[in-house]
Design a protein around this ligand. Sequence first.
Ligand code: PEP
Ligand code: MG
Length: 587
Amino acid sequence: MLSPSCTVQAIPVAPGIAVGRVMRVGGTPRELPEPVVLAPEMALPEMARFNSALDKTRIELCALRDELREKLADSEAGIFDAHILLLEDEMLLAEVRKGIQQDHYSAEYAVYATIEKFYAVFGTVNDEYLRERAADLRDVGNRIMDNLSGVDVAKIAYNEPRIIIASNLTPSETVGLERDFVLGFATETGSATSHTAILARSLKLPAVVGIPKDILDRLTIADKLIIDGFSGKVIVNPDRRTEEAYLLKRSEEMRFYSELTEERDLPPETLDGFQLQLAVNLDADQDYDEVHQVGAYGVGLFRTEFLFMSPDSLPDEEHQYEIYKNLLVSAGNQPVTIRTIDIGGDKLNSTIQRSTEQNPFLGLRGIRLCLLEQQKLFATQLRALLRAGVYGDLRVMLPMVSSIFELRDTKKIIADLQEELASENIPFVQNLKLGIMIETPVAAVIARKFAPEVDFFSIGTNDLIQYTMAVDRSNERVAYLYRPTHPAILHLIRNTVEAAKEYNLYVSVCGQMAESTMYTPLLLGLGVNELSMPTASVPVQRRLIRSLNLIDCENLVEQALQCCNANEVMELTRELVAGCAPEMLEH
Ligand code: PEP
Ligand code: MG
């Protein structure tokens, strides 16, 4: 049944407009079916109905698995293998059958009650792996229930592009989606720097978070949504006039964007002649052609942890070597910055992480995990990188560095691996360019101590802001405190850039702050060399940079550093942008 028409204010996390029907992903519960108790003689036909829905679900899941296997890696199709196994789980089936035969429940209610009973056990345990299996359970349950009510889930899932709705999308769920059939994302939890949002931006898809749970739970596959990734507005079942107005806005956005793309050969240079480098945060499944298409210069961040998201198979040295080598070959002489695995925080992998933690963002994450628990995995990755490095301008970057010893220990591992490769007569890069992410306040504060021991810095503002402001970056409830323009953040960036300048180091910014035009005057004025962002943001950033004067940006920063809150800084920045590129405020 259609939900009533309504408008909700959510948080915009990826720009753009999407109009379409919804598809629910992940473990959000369905509306409770009526606990219908049937006459005892109905138990037999009800059981037949259940068995036929089960068969249909199995056929659908096998078809989906095979279809995905053709298009994506085996490991991603493996998600459906796990779902198929659940359909054969004896305990689960016995419970549903008992509900139908002994309690005389309708098949829908028996399935619902069983799934929720198992979910209550697994869904709340302090183990990410079991919680994910519990979400699988709800997925499978929802499919069976759709088949009981005659809805063709497979068709809906993959034959028509949809807006993905979910309570929470994990990075692995997002990675597993069939990209061509996704129009946008709308979730209850998350933030601009959670990984679904990062992925949405790299796919150029709009996304919003913070949809109230009561609205989200009511939506069914028949409901249509408009999501406005600029303002955060979400309209459920819009009337025709509203829908037409948004479709028009969408085509205007597309026109504006394609006009900007035509400027791809113009240098990203300010009016007074300062050239900022624009690089790309490239996704594991993006083609390097996209970098050329927007006229960017190299890759400022390649997040390798997404190669390690499947719990069933981790890429070995050869597999990684091929991926890194292909990337470097396609980049020609442009630099490619590859970050070593940053598992942890919200990027979880139950095979790599041996234990669950109370506070994963402050736990064994990034370089800590690699040095303390996953030495072999780390060494395999570094060997693949050292070998691939002979094919281009490779820069290797370490995530989550908070101690100089993490850097030194890594250098020692690299030196040992180089010796090993030499003894095996395998070609490798001798002078590996090694840099660190500045994404913990400690690294920003003592950047001067790191500077003489690295080749470059890359400021990860997503985490730097989270750790400085003490705000979980993926928690929409404290999103109001997550402020890139807070003077404390600007002071940390300023300190990092000054340290880098003393040692002639290149400084990039690769967090979300680098992709939003509202922060560009500040980053320019602070003196960074490069902004690295999703391809979609490059044309807009180029246009803005070409409308600014460096000197105005430097003056802005001097004033901003004297402010005591983020709003004041935002106001000053807005004034500057309104004066030189007012059209940017609308997009
Ligand atoms: C960052 O923290 O800014 C960053 C780029 O890394 P990630 O978002 O992958 O943590
Ligand atoms: Mg980070």
